[in-house]
Design a protein around this ligand. Sequence first.
Ligand code: FAD
Length: 493
Amino acid sequence: MKRRVLIIGAGLAGCYLATQLQTSCDVIIITKGTRNDSDSMLAQGGIAAALATNDSPAQHAEDTLAAGQYHNSLAAVEQLVTTGPSLISQLIKQGMTFDHQANGQLDFGLEGAHRHHRILHANGDQTGAALTSFVQQQVQQIHWLTQTTVLELIVKEHQCCGVLVRHSNTQKTEILPADVVVLATGGLGNLYPYTTNDATVTGDGFALAQRAQVAITDMAYVQFHPTLLMINHHCDGLITEAIRGAGAHLVDENNHRIMATFPQQDLAPRDVVARQLTAWQAQGHQLFLDISPVSNFEQRFIGVTANLDRRQIPFRQTQRIPVQPGAHFMMGGIRTDLNGQTSLPGLFAIGEVACNGVHGANRLASNSLLDCLVSAAKASQTIKDGPNLLQPLNLTALALQPQRSGPITQVSVPSLTELQKRAWQQLGIVRQPAALHDFLNWLAPYQLSKLCPAQLTDSQLTVVNLGLCAQLIAKSALAEPTNLGANYLVRES
Ligand SMILES: Cc1cc2nc3c(=O)[nH]c(=O)nc-3n(C[C@H](O)[C@H](O)[C@H](O)COP(=O)(O)OP(=O)(O)OC[C@H]3O[C@@H](n4cnc5c(N)ncnc54)[C@H](O)[C@@H]3O)c2cc1C
């Protein structure tokens, strides 16, 4: 009998894993929305890999470690930079098309804190959609469960042996047994009011793991992207860093170059740029990206141009785009080994929800799509070799305990708007211990960890999951002894 593997999440990590397992295992991808709802589909800049002739994995590793402030796991970085290029070459052989220069060579872009042009991109700035769709087309022998939300992990005798799901259309819950469960649920950007993340990316994987007492690490390290498109205090998409790689500058309303005094200027690591922009904004300045130095902007950044046109931003006349930092990526997450195995047997985590230490204290731009491929490839090898569990498990023994199921009841949770507002002020780019304590004291009376997911509405569940993530971030930030990368505390003297 084939092993049954439940993959939670339809982004690049989950779908790439499915391609690796589809012939040897019985694979089901469960996803909250449609196949198109994920951060992977939104990725713009590209995927980093040392494939250019003047580049090497060792140099890619050095840049990854420097951006991560050497908080990274050396073994995980080594695995990323050495395994990644061959996985990309395989995808190219299978027919994935990245952008080329006129001479037929692959066109490598540049992004912050990379010493080389090493970012492969597809359809200009629509790499994520091109790559994820390509991988999804390779997934043919699996079963899809869309519009289905995983509410809880089923754990028996210290082994993950399935999940509890709720189907959006019927609101019916169901237990799905499995030999292996893989969390590929992405990050938690929607904890913050300004975010680049897809609406379905609401920290569920971290909350699922926490409820099952699975080890989670480094949650203080939230990456804020310096340049979200801002219109009337609302974020309307990402302005990719590749535009700064192509020569654009961050300026204020007086055309003053905000990053001019920093060693890497506009291409400094994201935490450095986001903090400087926040400080500048706090002095009452507005923030813009000056695109006048970028040649062929509209041809090179097709997706961004279309978005700017959709929002009627007069960038052709002004050569400026209004920007603002916002939540983008989670470096921490469910602790895994190099094969994606978590602290709970039978449970794997890959992609953004996982933390094998590869990103350290600050992710290097365009390393995340690469990590999706590498972490999925490594997990697939271990999963194929793992034991079959389904036969010996008695399914009736998996029935939920009575107090954890039942009809949706009245519960008291904060509003999403209030949670996001407080998270931005107290768990944002620059933090203070007193504010972190205030945040924890405010949330504690809601006793979020005691609420039963099956008894919550979908919107309550979103708030509860994000609230649990927020508590993990606050506690982790308070526990970190020093400021490093994205975790920046102003400590009272
Ligand atoms: C706008 C934007 C631009 C980016 N640009 C780049 C880039 O150029 N290069 C780069 O390397 N990285 C980039 N990133 C980061 C990168 O896209 C992500 O880190 C990566 O795609 C995460 O992939 P994933 O498969 O781990 O998760 P995701 O792609 O986020 O997929 C998570 C999936 O899980 C599903 N899900 C969540 N919870 C549940 C649940 N409870 N039940 C069922 N399903 C659930 C979601 O609906 C989704 O399908 C960007 C991110 C954003 C938001």
